[in-house]
Design a protein around this ligand. Structure first.
Ligand code: PLP
Length: 362
């Protein structure tokens, strides 16, 4: 069957090999006569997948031993609440670096729990950039400093992360985890919804430094207390077993394809192809984010005028390109180039963009 060129922002493209593998054992996992969806989450077959995914993620991201890896539900959005509930005590403040809509949502949830502070914001330039590291304000009252490593909607990404001895950095890495090498030890907590680089929607990965577990209040609802999931190794209640199975296949695929270093290199090639097409068009296509803050995952751009933009999206759709419409809050166009998007799809998109440009040159 012919597959479409999928540039969706999430849920998004999954590797063809992973889908083929999942299909081959959909009805009978390892020829055991049952789908993996039908196994008990307490079975040895599922346990192996669960533990295997945890170990593979640790291996691929080089996660140190003093960190826990959790598989939770509720999406990245539930982490917006769990983080302040667990770590923001009275007399402290949650320090938020605001680089886009998802960071704003995280801040809004923290405001319901305790005191907050905006250490830096790029709202004044419509979130077109990532702040200079030196301009972020810290305070002795900071319980943690929260940032969004890649801004899915605005097409910006941190190239370097802040570092200092006093701060506990927490990062929402939903849209770029596993796309590049990562200094895990610069963070106290990293979280990511799976539905971009990790697998299908349904599981959220949390990487948590063990010393964060010390000061959690005792009155939290059981499911919202990180210690519950640490103690039970993410098996306190029924986990999203199929999503974790798919995650394990995606992680294996990542490893088989050379791991993070090889993926990062390929991602850079893909991103360069598309930005070169945009920059080479002499203003027909315009990248919306500042060059030094450009995302390698979500390439956002505009065409001259809404009419032409609508036509571009319509013709792209007819040619088999999916997901190129920008987020409804900002408009324009966006191509998401997550790990599973093959370079051939990017070549095809660039060819289409050249053709469209020549046809509608103004
Ligand atoms: N954070 C970022 C950076 C995202 O891109 C998204 C979703 O696209 C979210 C958070 C919200 O994730 P979820 O839908 O898993 O709650």
């Amino acid at each position: 069957m012919e597959r479409r060129y999928n540039f969706n922002a999430g849920p998004s493209a999954l590797p063809q090999e992973v889908l083929d593998h999942a299909q081959s054992e959909l009805l009978s996992y390892q020829q055991l006569g049952m789908s993996i969806m039908e196994f008990s989450h307490r079975s040895k077959e599922y346990q192996k997948i669960h533990d295997g995914a945890n170990e593979l993620l640790r291996e691929l991201l080089n996660i140190p031993d003093d960190y826990e890896v959790l598989f939770l539900q509720g999406g990245a959005s539930l982490q917006f609440s769990m983080i302040p509930m667990n770590f923001l005590s009275e007399g402290q403040q949650g320090n938020y670096v605001i680089t886009g809509s998802w960071a704003q949502k995280a801040l809004k949830e923290a405001e319901k729990i305790g005191n907050t502070f905006i250490g830096s914001s790029s709202q004044a330039d419509d979130f077109r950039s990532i702040p200079d590291l030196g301009t972020i304000k810290y305070s002795d009252q900071d319980a943690y400093v929260h940032l969004t490593s890649n801004n899915t909607i605005h097409g910006t990404q941190w190239k370097h992360f802040p570092k200092n001895d006093q701060s506990r950095f927490i990062a929402d890495m939903s849209s770029d985890i596993l796309s590049r090498s990562l200094p895990v030890d610069q963070f106290s907590l990293i979280y990511a919804g799976a539905q971009k680089n990790l697998g299908p929607a349904g599981v959220t990965v949390v990487i948590l430094k063990k010393d964060m577990l010390k000061n959690i209040p005792d009155n939290l609802p059981t499911m919202l207390d990180y210690r519950t999931h640490v103690d039970k190794k993410s098996l306190y209640n029924t986990p999203p077993s199929f999503a974790i199975y798919m995650l394990s296949l995606v992680l294996q695929w990542t490893k088989n394809n050379g791991g993070i270093q090889a993926i990062e290199k390929l991602n850079a090639e893909k991103t360069n192809l598309l930005y070169d097409t945009i920059d080479g068009s002499k203003g027909f296509y315009n990248g919306t984010s500042e060059k030094q803050s450009r995302s390698s995952m979500n390439v956002t751009f505009r065409l001259p005028g809404k009419e032409l933009e609508d036509l571009f999206l319509k013709e792209a759709e007819e040619e088999g390109f999916v997901g190129l419409k920008g987020h409804r809050s900002v408009g324009g166009c966006r191509a998401s180039l997550y790990n599973a998007v093959p370079i051939e799809s990017v070549h095809a998109l660039c060819d289409f963009m050249h053709t469209f440009h020549h046809k509608h040159n103004i």
